[in-house]
Design a protein around this ligand. Structure first.
Ligand SMILES: O=C(O)CCC(=O)C(=O)O
Length: 219
C-alpha cells in the first residue's frame, strides 16, 4: 500500500478559485446544532406548506421540490415565474419566516455591505439524490440591488456560477451543510445553478437530501 505521505499532491500548484466580486461563500458558517435547528424549522414549514414540484415554463417539472415562507412565495406554472401571496392550491398564506431563519440571515450578512438585509421571502428547495437546478438568473424580484442569501443544509452539492449570459462559462464549487452564500451586486444577476448533489453526505440525522434556503427581498 503506498504511503500517502509520499504521494504527490496533485492540487499543490492549483491556484485557489476566487469567487466573482459580489459572491461570498461562507464555508462552515453554521455548526451542526444550528443546522439541525434550521432543518426542524423547514420540516415545520413543510407541514403547513408542503413541498411541491413546480412546472417549468416549457415542458416538465423541476427536479427539486419547493416550498416557501414569507409574505410571498416564488412559484412557476403555465402562467410563468412569479411570486404568489399564498399557496398555489389556495389553501392559505405562506408560513411566516421563522426567527431561526432571520438569525441565520443576520449571521450571513454580518460585517458585509448588506448588513441589515431584511428578506420578505424565502424559497426553500429540496434536492433528492438526482435533483439539480439548471443555470438561471433570479429576476422576479423588484430590486436587484438587494442580495440573495442562500443557506445550505444536508447533502453537499456542486454549485455553479457563470456569467451575465447563459452561454458564459460556469465554474462549479462544492457547498456543504452549514455553508452560506451571499450573492449581491455585481454578482446578483449572474447565472447560477446546482450541477449535482452528493447523496448520503448529509450530517443532519433527520435529513436525507439537501435543502437550500434562499432568502430574497421580492417586493
Ligand atoms: O439550491 C441552491 O443552492 C440554489 C438555488 C437557486 O439558485 C434558486 O433557488 O434560485
Amino acid at each position: 500500500m503506498p504511503n500517502p505521505a509520499q504521494q504527490p499532491d496533485l492540487f499543490a500548484n492549483t491556484p485557489a478559485w476566487t469567487p466573482p466580486a459580489g459572491l461570498l461563500h461562507l464555508s462552515g458558517l453554521f455548526e451542526c446544532p444550528e443546522q439541525a435547528e434550521l432543518a426542524v424549522a423547514v420540516a415545520e414549514i413543510a407541514r403547513r406548506a408542503p413541498f411541491r414540484h413546480p412546472r417549468m415554463r416549457g415542458k416538465g417539472v423541476f427536479s427539486a421540490a419547493i416550498t416557501n415562507c414569507g409574505d410571498v412565495g416564488w412559484w412557476s406554472d403555465e402562467k410563468g415565474y412569479r411570486y404568489l401571496p399564498g399557496q398555489p392550491d389556495g389553501s392559505g398564506p405562506w408560513p411566516a419566516i421563522p426567527d431561526a431563519f432571520r438569525r441565520a440571515v443576520g449571521r450571513a450578512v454580518a460585517g458585509t455591505r448588506w448588513e441589515g438585509f431584511a428578506p420578505d421571502a424565502c424559497l426553500i428547495n429540496f434536492y433528492g439524490p438526482d435533483a439539480k437546478m439548471g443555470l438561471h438568473q433570479d429576476k422576479d424580484e423588484a430590486d436587484f440591488t438587494q442580495p440573495i442569501v442562500t443557506v445550505c443544509l444536508g447533502d453537499a452539492a456542486d454549485w455553479m456560477i457563470g456569467g451575465p449570459a447563459r452561454a458564459d462559462k460556469a465554474t462549479a464549487f462544492r457547498v456543504n451543510s452549514g455553508d452560506a452564500l451571499v450573492m449581491g451586486p455585481p454578482a446578483r444577476m449572474l447565472f447560477h445553478g446546482v450541477r449535482r448533489v452528493h447523496a448520503g453526505t448529509s450530517p443532519i440525522a433527520d435529513l436525507a437530501g439537501r435543502y437550500s434556503l434562499t432568502f430574497r427581498k421580492a417586493l
